[in-house]
Write a protein that binds this ligand. Structure first.
Ligand code: ZN
Length: 302
């Protein structure tokens, strides 16, 4: 059974949970209590990740044989972002799939060149929302609202100056991010932050899959549809700067903490680089999928 580690809102409140194959959710604290484990460790996702070596086996055992009263029926809970409010900005890598670099350079009318170093930017914690959540079209602010499906890493073990060969030891698991981007703001302000930092512009989820359930390095189909039309379709093995390189470079003199999130970049097929450009607007439904992880649904509203 896949371990879909989620944060849910149920009648009991906000809970760490496992989403089971039948769509019900195993309430993490209830499952722990039934197993004689202090449920306080499951007070939120980050503390759950920090204590995963002890909690993981308990939750996985409970998922295969749920104790009475520990499951929440489908339709009676809502998925939140797995880490609803990260402690710091979400780290992002720009221009990390070669075809995406090429389409961006083509749209800008310049020669294309493979980046020599990874390009980093961030999205603020206030941008994080859940699957099935809405994003305003920001019609008064931007005319070029766009999408970017990305594989995101969730840090487990803290560290800095992480050697590439030890990178995967620090990854707790994987989730999906849709790096919603206002392209005109991204360009106008030189630095990308304004165009990447709008409220609700970081849909994350639907849950986290622990890294021990996904072969390293991940070679997964990564795709995105708008209103059912396939726009992006690649594989996570196509990164220019692979996960160990991203982790090693970014952690030089910078500490990763448990629960930090790193979005690894998006493949080609973004709207602004299409001819003619196609931007997101009210009514659009964007589905961002990474194979083996899940589909993150985002609805654009007026
Ligand atoms: Zn991005």
């Amino acid at each position: 059974m896949t371990t879909r580690l989620a944060t849910i809102a149920s009648e009991a409140g906000r809970r760490v949970a496992l989403v089971l194959d039948d769509g019900s959710a195993l309430d993490g604290p209830e499952a722990a209590r039934a197993a004689g484990v202090d449920p306080a460790a499951l007070s939120d996702m980050v503390s759950t990740i920090a204590a995963w070596d002890a909690l993981g086996p308990v939750l996985r055992a409970a998922a295969s044989s749920p104790p009475p009263g520990a499951t929440v029926a489908p339709g009676t809970y809502r998925l939140l972002a797995p880490i609803p409010r990260p402690a710091k900005n979400v780290f992002c890598v720009g221009r990390n799939y070669i075809e995406h670099v090429a389409e961006g350079d083509r749209a800008a009318g310049r020669e294309t060149e493979t980046p020599k170093y990874p390009q980093f930017f961030t999205k603020p914690p206030t941008a994080v929302i859940a699957t099935e959540d809405t994003v305003p079209s920001y019609a008064a602010i931007t005319r070029v609202l766009d999408y970017e499906v990305e594989l995101a890493l969730v840090i487990g073990r803290p560290g800095s100056d992480i050697p590439a060969e030890r990178a995967f030891e620090h990854i707790f698991g994987y989730t999906v991010i849709n790096d919603i981007s206002a392209r005109d703001l991204q360009r106008r302000h030189g630095q990308w932050f304004k165009g990447k930092g709008l409220d609700r512009s970081c849909p994350m989820g639907p849950w986290i899959i622990p890294a021990d359930e996904i072969a390293a390095p991940p070679d997964l189909r990564i795709s995105l549809t708008v209103n059912g039309e396939l726009r992006q379709d690649s594989r996570t093995s196509q990164l220019i700067f692979d996960i160990p390189t991203v982790m090693a470079t970014l952690s030089q003199g910078l500490t990763f903490e448990t629960g930090d999130v790193i979005a690894t970049g998006t493949p080609s097929g973004v709207g602004y680089a299409m001819t003619p450009p196609r931007v997101l607007g009210p009514g659009d439904v964007v589905e961002a999928t990474v194979e083996g992880i899940g589909t993150l649904v985002t609805r654009i509203v007026a």
